[in-house]
Design a protein around this ligand. Structure first.
Ligand SMILES: *[C@@H]1O[C@H](CO)[C@@H](O)[C@H](O)[C@H]1NC(C)=O
Ligand SMILES: *[C@@H]1O[C@H](CO)[C@@H](O)[C@H](O)[C@H]1NC(C)=O
Ligand SMILES: *[C@@H]1O[C@H](CO)[C@@H](O)[C@H](O)[C@H]1NC(C)=O
Ligand SMILES: *[C@@H]1O[C@H](CO)[C@@H](O)[C@H](O)[C@H]1NC(C)=O
Length: 701
């Protein structure tokens, strides 16, 4: 009795709509995490110590010293030698003590650094270096503190010392690269980053980002020089920009005064020179720190004047940021923008919403802009704001979902998403709970498809699945779509993809939910739509095994007949799900086996599946066939076939997956038990040994 036969196609084998290799994804996330840790602001807890074991070296020197002493002055008294030894021991002890002290000072320095007291941190690290001269981590950490203090030369010197301790210290090169960048030594900075690449090619992503930053800064620097030259030479537009900004510095004017000035300024932003002068003459802070302008932002929608000011500022920002990375960076660094932009996006005021959306769209067009948006905006609020676009017109809703998808496919977003899912999940649940009647169906589909895409990550899937609200929202939306399948066909289709992913979570713990979902899918098996049929079968193949009761219900509703029909006429994906479903049903229910035998004459269909290229299909077909062998006389209908060879081939190691080998072995075993003539065939094929070892393997828990 081999009931332990594994079903094939659990978490490891299929993800129809998510074909990404999970290992590759995992690797990407790991790499991202590594980068995050790497640029982490708090210095490292403990660097790699200098590799030489000082204790050992000291001891060697001492011992060697003894020998030469003994050789040279053989007359030395025992007492003198003893005192020498004491002295050496004393020195070793002091060194150990110093090391402990230096470690403590490093920790103290790190704490000071973490609370932003960089001067105190420098003092601690310096004191530590007084105790132990060659402690690399103290140099790199002190360099990092100097960077914070803007003391770039000192940072560079410390990095050089760290490199003397360890010439492969990538951290030292990172800090040195930063210091050189701040000093505008672009070539030297690039050299530092290149060095890192030579030492550790796996840091490529971080190095690429850093090099990109150097290039952008150099570009900005050149632009600034050029803009200044044009300003000095009296170029009209340049002078006007400068004068306008000076005028706008006046505090406490009528809001329309600012709106007017900003409008003119926006018109002036014809090319890079004007954009650059806006930046170098503090345009960003003049606008964002103006009290009157700020009041307008915080009272959006209360009066027309406020709206006018908001819109003019948003248009100005678009004009100054268009194609200008440095301006984009400065804009996103404006205090409060991280919350301001999402809140402007979420407003009911059409003009403000449109202009803030246009700004966001502009920013997210490039990889650099996206990285700024992802690292500086309040992403939870942004997500909420974009989702609120589902309330508006088809066009607005679809553009918002397209932008969200664009962002969400960025690896950096995914890292954030996974870490912040508990806070974000209610927003997503809210999307599923929307009335699909009053939501743009295509935008709704985009959003659900995005959830499906994100749920390919096991950690995300787990959290979604664990939320009762989320599960119930899926079920609720399925129910509403079912009421009008003609109208909600697309929504149902996308939703089934998401549900299918969620159901990869095994073993099932939410039986009541799984039963409800299975019932809906059984109902969907009456559909005429191939896509819906396939996905419904996909969900069933994953949910049925969670409940015997549900299998019985499905059998009564004719699931076996439907699956056999899929196997005869359906495509490859549908067949995969169908055979898995049959395997589940025949595994636990005798009636299912009898029905398969009745509907698949002489096992023509199952035999064909056993030769499939797709191992998941082979494994489940073998399992299903083995189950059917328990019905009397079923085996003899296979006597004229080559079933023994076929199964032996899979069991004997042709199959890559152990589960498939096992299932084939089990099927052979059941075949031979049911019909002794198969055992004779097997002996002729010298297959006993293979089967013996496979079965033994299976028998071992
Ligand atoms: C998510 O969507 C992107 C873009 O369509 C695609 O390249 C990627 O393979 C999808 N990932 C998963 C896991 O579905
Ligand atoms: C250094 O070597 C000494 C003597 O061999 C040993 O006792 C000590 O544990 C070593 N220290 C480290 C940090 O490996
Ligand atoms: C930086 O390197 C580039 C290319 O190697 C060279 O043309 C340029 O003159 C260098 N700049 C400085 C300031 O050394
Ligand atoms: C199966 O293998 C075991 C040892 O691995 C052996 O003792 C036994 O005789 C074998 N049985 C057959 C039927 O070959």
């Amino acid at each position: 009795q081999c009931t332990r036969a594994p079903l094939v196609g659990g978490t490891s084998l299929i993800q129809e709509m998510n074909s990404d290799d999970p290992r590759i994804q995992q690797k990407a996330i790991l790499e991202t995490e590594q980068r995050l840790l790497y640029t982490e602001e708090v210095p490292e807890e403990d660097g790699c110590r200098t590799t030489l074991n000082k204790t050992t070296i000291n001891q060697l020197i001492i011992i060697f010293g003894f020998f030469s002493l003994i050789l040279e002055i053989t007359l030395l008294s025992e007492a003198f030698l003893a005192s020498m030894e004491l002295d050496a021991k004393e020195r070793a002890r002091r060194r150990r003590e110093n090391r402990v002290l230096a470690d403590a000072l490093k920790d103290k320095g790190n704490k000071a650094f973490a609370r932003g007291d960089y001067n105190a941190a420098v003092l601690c690290y310096s004191e530590g270096l007084n105790k132990v001269k060659d402690m690399k981590v103290l140099y790199t950490n002190r360099a990092q503190a100097y960077l914070k203090l803007g003391d770039y030369q000192k940072a560079i010197v410390d990095c050089e010392w760290a490199l003397k301790c360890d010439e492969k210290c990538t951290k030292a090169y990172f800090h040195m690269g930063k210091a050189h960048l701040a000093l505008k030594n672009y070539n030297m900075s690039r050299e530092c980053y290149q060095k890192i690449l030579e030492i550790s090619p796996k840091l490529q992503t971080q190095v690429k980002d850093s090099l990109n930053q150097v290039n952008l800064q150099e570009k900005a620097d050149l632009q600034e020089k050029e803009a200044q030259r044009l300003l000095d030479s009296g170029k009209h537009a340049a002078v006007t920009v400068k004068n306008l900004l000076e005028t706008l510095c006046k505090p406490d004017q009528n809001p329309l005064f600012y709106a007017g000035g900003i409008e003119i300024l926006t018109e002036m932003m014809k090319d890079c020179t004007e954009q650059t002068l806006f930046r170098t003459h503090n345009g960003f802070s003049i606008i964002s720190e103006n009290e009157v302008v700020r009041r307008c932002f915080s009272t959006t929608g209360k009066d027309v004047v406020g709206e006018t000011v908001c819109v003019s500022v948003l248009r100005l920002w678009q004009a100054v940021c268009s194609g200008n990375e440095e301006n984009q960076r400065l804009l996103l660094l404006c205090p409060n923008l991280g919350r301001l932009l999402p809140s402007l996006l979420a407003t009911r005021l059409l003009t403000v919403r449109q202009q803030s959306f246009a700004l966001l769209l502009q920013l997210t067009q490039t990889d650099y802009g996206r990285s700024l948006v992802i690292s500086h905006l309040d992403l939870t609020r942004l997500l909420e704001a974009l989702v609120s676009f589902l309330d508006f017109s088809d066009k607005e809703a679809n553009s918002a979902m397209a932008l969200l998808t664009d962002l969400a496919l960025d690896e950096r977003f995914r890292v954030w998403f996974q870490a912040n899912l508990p806070g974000v999940l209610p927003v997503l649940t809210g999307v599923l709970e929307r009335d699909p009647m009053v939501t743009s169906p295509s935008a709704l589909c985009r959003c659900i498809a995005l959830m499906g895409n994100l749920s390919a990550e096991a950690a995300v899937r787990r959290q979604m699945f664990a939320s009762e609200e989320f599960r119930e929202a899926c079920l609720g939306l399925m129910a509403r779509c079912e009421e009008d399948m003609d109208f909600f066909r697309e929504v149902m289709y996308t939703l089934l993809g998401l549900v299918m992913n969620l159901c990869l979570q095994s073993p099932f713990v939410y039986e009541v939910w799984a039963v409800e979902v299975s019932r809906k899918c059984m109902f969907l098996l009456n559909s005429q739509d191939g896509g819906i049929l396939t996905r419904a079968a996909g969900v069933l193949s994953r949910t049925l095994s969670s409940s015997r009761k549900m299998v019985e219900e499905a059998l009564r509703a004719g699931v076996v007949k439907k699956m056999i029909k899929f196997l005869k006429t359906g495509g490859q994906t549908a067949s995969r799900y169908a055979i898995k479903t049959l395997a589940v049903c025949t595994n636990s229910h005798y009636e299912a086996r009898e029905e398969v035998i009745r509907l698949d004459k002489k096992f023509g269909i199952l035999m064909k599946l056993l030769s499939s290229e797709d191992e998941m299909v082979v494994g489940n077909a073998a399992l299903c066939l083995g189950n059917c062998m328990e019905v009397p006389y079923a085996a003899s209908s296979l006597l004229k076939t080559d079933v023994v060879q076929v199964l032996l081939k899979h069991a004997g190691g042709d199959a890559q997956e152990t589960a498939v080998q096992l299932n084939a072995g089990i099927a052979l075993g059941k075949l031979c038990t049911a019909e002794p003539r198969f055992a004779a065939q097997l002996r002729e094929l010298h297959g006993i040994e293979i089967l013996n070892s496979t079965m033994k393997y299976v028998a071992d828990p």
